[in-house]
Design a protein around this ligand. Structure first.
Ligand code: BJW
Length: 234
């Protein structure tokens, strides 16, 4: 049985209409990373950070999973139903819910989720679809101590034990739509060297020598369904 781990980044959701972080039209061209994406930035100006994530959260109802999300969900379902002799886990750096909406069940959100908040007093992580402000009370304990449930720079990504297990057990590691500059995700490809084949699906070839065995260049909505179709027909 083939065990595939897929690591996704902002590029897989770009064709659904969500901006990537870096690049010409990236989110970080309009905001300084240290103002938004660090615990220090949140302490300095929580209203600014809440507004930033309120804006991203408000985009979600208006976007839909694209053909790449759907292809991954279809492959996972084929494994469950015995139409493909394999098992797939998606580790996503993305904070949107497009994998789940496409039908994927084995999804690990290593950088958190837009549709959750985290209470720094009682540690509840309530689901959240509307705006949040610094004075919004936690539904569990009533304290105004909610923050986006997002992993910022300097914080430990979620589910690292489970991710390490999946990486150690996989025989194919596939990265889709990620620039490979943010760690620890950027190091996953090195960690599977020796026991797994590796593929990168990206809009452009990353600069410098590639750690991947194969690099497939093109929009994810074209390249990913072609790859999963080949697997299902093999
Ligand atoms: C398409 C496409 C299409 C477009 N089809 N492709 C010095 C050296 C090394 C490491 C560090 C260092 N100093 C600090 C660190 C650690 C730091 C880090 O990595 N910093 C680097 C920037 C240097 N990392 C951390 O702090 C992390 N925590 C940590 O390391 O804890 C300690 C630890 C130790 C040991 C083990 C484990 C942990 C936390 C990182 C948190 C990242 N959070 C963010 C923000 C969350 C959401 C938000 O605010 O909105 O996560 S940052 C941002 O970058 C976001 C993303 O998930 C992440 C990765 O970005 P991604 O997905 O790759 O997007 P882009 O835009 O960069 O790339 C998109 C790609 O898609 C491009 O290549 C396009 O070409 C392509 N593309 N359209 C296919 N249609």
């Amino acid at each position: 049985m083939q065990r595939i781990v897929v690591l996704t980044g902002a590029g897989i959701s770009q064709e659904s209409g969500l901006q990537t972080f870096r690049g010409a039209d990236g989110l970080w061209n309009h905001e300084r990373i240290e103002d938004i994406c660090t615990p220090q930035g949140f302490r300095r100006d929580p209203m600014r950070v809440d507004r930033f994530y309120n804006g991203l959260r408000a985009q979600l109802p208006g976007v839909r999973p694209n053909a790449a999300h759907v292809a991954l969900a279809d492959l996972e379902r084929a494994g469950r139903e015995g139409r493909w002799n394999g098992q797939m886990t998606v580790i996503t750096q993305n904070i949107d819910d497009l994998h789940e909406r496409a039908g994927s069940r084995n999804v690990i959100h290593m950088h958190g989720e837009l549709l959750r908040l985290r209470c720094t007093s009682c540690h509840a992580t309530p689901q959240w679809r509307t705006d949040c402000y610094p004075d919004t009370p936690c539904p569990a304990c009533g304290q105004p101590t909610l923050r986006p449930d997002i992993v910022w720079f300097g914080e430990m990504p979620y589910h690292m034990d489970s991710i390490a297990r999946h990486l150690a057990e996989c025989d194919l590691f596939v990265a889709i739509g990620t620039s490979g500059v943010v760690y620890p995700a950027a190091g996953f490809v090195d960690s599977v060297a020796g026991h797994a084949d590796t593929m990168l699906f990206n809009l452009e070839v990353p600069p410098g020598p590639s750690a991947f065995d194969q690099v497939i260049v093109g929009p994810a909505t074209r390249t990913v369904p072609a790859w999963t179709r080949d697997l299902l027909e093999a």
